[in-house]
Design a protein around this ligand. Sequence first.
Ligand code: ADP
Ligand code: ZN
Length: 209
Amino acid sequence: MNIVFLGPPGAGKGTHAQRLMKELNIPQISTGDMFRRAIREQTPTGMDAKRYMDKGELVPDEVVVAMVKERLAEPDCANGYILDGFPRTVAQAEALDTIAKIDVALNIDTPDEIIISRLSGRRVCAACGGTFHVSMLKGENCPACGGELFLRDDDKPATVKNRLDIYQEKTAPLIDYYEKKGILSTAKCTDGGVEENYALVKAALNAMA
Ligand code: ADP
Ligand code: ZN
């Protein structure tokens, strides 16, 4: 099954996609993670993307589409995949339709207050890549591996606001786009924690499968 995860930044797309990946045994493809890796490895794509990401802006469509196209051609995508953070514009969705057949677009609908609190409190482990919320942390370091935790540049408050505005303008129209294709399913998420929200996501997926 080829699945697209839709939803504002901080909706928990990454968290739920990782769980679903293990459960369905298909890869999670996060364009944000791919860009962060490219930046660490200082590839040309990474250098190009960093300028936009640091400001909370979208990387240009052609750059993202080329990267995803290459990734979807890899053998582990043959039995399905979860796209997390792509498409983010109508142009990207149209490009995706020329290279793949999407079965379900899962909309992770999450109120703005929840988003803002999650993003500004989010910390990422430099060593294992795990993400944690400050409210869950006891010490300074990663609870999973002891690595150093940091605040992503794009999780800084001013940038968060910018990302939410861009989501409304550029990405929210995709809800309509997939609705019209008859493959949209929405999970109305709450501040009830990961387990509760994952159950809502699974229910939304099962309603379409
Ligand atoms: P989040 O979903 O938490 O906002 P991601 O990790 O998905 O963050 O993405 C981080 C940044 O990477 C985005 O703010 C954007 O600059 C860039 N990016 C990721 N995916 C895309 C995409 N599909 N199109 C354009 N830019 C993207
Ligand atoms: Zn860690």
